[in-house]
Design a protein around this ligand. Structure first.
Ligand code: ADP
Ligand code: MG
Length: 254
């Protein structure tokens, strides 16, 4: 999917390069408040994520998962440490540049779907593409087909099940061909079976298109099905299990 943006010498049309890492975090901390209300949400995290990785982030409520995703999504800045996204240091970038980075390179999916209720599935994806200046028509139909919703294009969110609404949100997030998809508890509002289907969909989209995906969940069983699982506790990474699939020669949990 991303290869279409990249010329042969590894330079993208927008001036960024193809980097060995989608993210590099060095000593990243995020402290909220001060004095008695001081909360260390993320503490001294080092992390590198390569293109095409499918990573789950697991941890109890309050362990810092959402804070980490907001830092990765350039929605918030760390208190200390550095974050590079696609080889560019976020600390040196203006708010405007961060907005452009988000728009061009990062797709977001949230627990609450965040669809516009008065727009159909088709129009919700179209609205995102319009903001990003993207191409319409075929691309839009392809996106809805890719998430299995070609027959639901003209339905309003209220006429769709939770799982279908999340599929629209995924189609919307991927419509601009982002370098990375960040998902914060995308299965949190869904029943177990539907949650598994959404995870399978993201896995399939990720492997078909070498799409980097970072997905938060508090569901350990779901998280453990991924090739890489990072566990947070009290803002720190307490485990980072890689190559789970390769090690077993097949999927650990299918
Ligand atoms: P999780 O997503 O794992 O539940 P969060 O990243 O939302 O965890 O929160 C981590 C910690 O930071 C929690 O103790 C939470 O109360 C605190 N926190 C999160 N956001 C803020 C904020 N804007 N202001 C103050 N504290 C916050
Ligand atoms: Mg959270």
């Amino acid at each position: 999917m991303n290869a279409t943006n990249t010329t042969r010498n590894g330079h993208r049309a927008d001036g960024t390069h193809t980097e060995p890492f989608v993210y590099e975090l060095d000593g990243v901390s995020k402290i909220y408040g001060s004095g008695n209300s001081r909360v260390a949400a993320i503490v001294d995290i080092d992390l590198a994520i390569r293109p095409g990785e499918f990573v789950t982030v697991v941890g109890a409520s309050g362990s810092g998962k959402t804070t980490l995703l907001q830092l990765l999504g350039a929605l918030d800045r760390p208190t200390s440490g550095s974050i590079a996204c696609l080889g560019r240091g976020l600390g040196d970038m203006s708010e405007r540049d961060l907005t452009l980075l988000r728009r061009r390179h990062i797709g977001f999916v949230f627990q609450q779907f965040n669809l516009i209720p008065t727009l159909t599935a088709h129009q919700n994806v179209e609205a995102k593409l319009a903001v990003a200046g993207g191409v319409m028509g075929d691309r839009l139909r392809e996106q809805l087909a890719a998430v299995g919703l070609e027959g639901r294009a003209n339905h309003l969110p209220s006429q769709l099940s939770g799982g279908e609404q999340q599929r629209v949100a995924i189609a919307r997030a991927l419509s601009t061909n982002p370098s990375v998809l960040l998902a914060d508890e995308p299965t949190g509002n869904l029943d177990t079976t539907t949650g598994q289907e959404i995870l399978q969909l993201l896995r399939a989209l990720s492997s078909e298109h070498s799409q980097t995906v970072i997905l938060i969940t508090h569901d350990r069983e779901l998280a453990a099905a991924a090739p890489r699982m990072i566990e947070l506790r009290d803002g720190r990474i307490i485990s980072d299990e890689r190559n789970r699939l390769e090690a077993h020669g097949q999927e650990v949990v299918s």
